[in-house]
Design a protein around this ligand. Structure first.
Ligand SMILES: [Zn+2]
Length: 301
């Protein structure tokens, strides 16, 4: 049986919020089967915000969630690390509205999960398996999911910038490929946008320590981690945003020039188009449909 998993023990770290610039304490704690991924704001009476599409809010430069006016911002890199490492159930405590940006990638979250260790729970894992294509486009931005036996992502980006034109990559996402090929890719921004963000009180915690900054003549940071680090980071963002459907997805995600707004709108569309997917469990024979068509309780959080 492919069992649900959680962390073996709690683990914590401290970082800064990208937009506020404030110091944030983050703790990841083990949780029981079918708990899902939930944020808890320890500075707001331990109010919980489940990491599901139903609680999406404030999508701009990053993905935010809120429930009863309590919000959690910049959730996508941490969610991508959790889903890719097979952590189905976890309580994420924060003492501030923002998940710390760390180095702008998911690599520090991978390190935390590996340090905590992962353990199996006595409950089967469910997957959301795509059985017919679902697509969404807004202008020249497109995203779609197609049936596939594995979770794969194809992403392409195009910018009108001398240092960044077109990049495209397809990856089959496994724990290993995510850790090696995707997690280290950092978020990026254009130098011309940084001043505008600062004037709007955003990116106050941003620096070359947590983002790639593209100037007119090159990258301001010393070096890239991958030649195509930009498109790899978009794959990372898409995996984190797609995790908001509440289950690991089995299908081929194809996106062109998308971003958080389109990723998250698409996550909502997936759940609404319930004839396009089945909830399945992994058995010795492969993925088997569940006896019930009813979406599991996690979707109703
Ligand atoms: Zn990102």
């Amino acid at each position: 049986m492919d069992a649900q998993r959680t962390l073996r023990r709690p683990i914590s770290c401290v970082g800064i919020g990208l937009h506020s610039g404030n110091k944030v304490h983050l703790s990841l704690k083990p949780a029981p089967a079918d708990f899902g991924v939930r944020f808890r704001r320890t500075d707001r009476g331990d109010h919980e915000v489940p990491a599901t599409v139903q609680h999406l809010a404030g999508i701009q430069l990053a993905t935010g969630l809120s429930r009863n006016d309590v919000s959690v911002e910049t959730v996508e890199h941490l969610l991508a690390a959790l889903v890719s490492m097979g952590v189905d159930n976890v309580l994420i405590e924060l003492n501030s509205p923002e998940v710390p940006i760390m180095d702008g990638s998911a690599a520090p979250f991978i390190y935390l999960i590996q340090e905590a260790g992962v353990k199996r729970l006595q409950a089967p894992r469910r997957y959301l398996k795509i059985v017919r294509p679902i697509a969404l486009s807004r202008g020249d931005k497109r995203i779609a999911l197609f049936p596939s036996d594995h979770f794969k992502v194809t992403y392409s980006i195009s910018y009108d910038h001398p240092m960044l034109r077109h990049q495209s990559r397809t990856l089959r996402i496994t724990e290993e490929s995510f850790v090696d090929e995707v997690a280290p890719a950092r978020t990026f921004t254009f130098l011309k946008d940084v001043e505008m963000l600062r004037q709007n009180g955003l990116a106050l915690g941003g620096s070359l320590e947590n983002a790639i900054v593209l100037g007119e003549t090159g990258v301001l940071n010393n070096a890239l981690r991958f030649e195509d680090e930009f498109v790899r980071h978009k794959i990372l963002d898409a995996i984190g945003d797609l995790a908001l459907v509440g289950y690991p997805v089995v299908g081929h995600l194809v996106a062109h020039r998308a971003g958080h707004a389109l990723h998250t709108e698409f996550a909502g569309k997936i759940l609404r188009e319930s004839d396009a997917w089945r909830l399945v469990e992994a058995t010795a024979e492969g993925l088997a449909p569940l006896g019930v068509k009813d979406p599991a309780p996690r979707l109703a959080n």
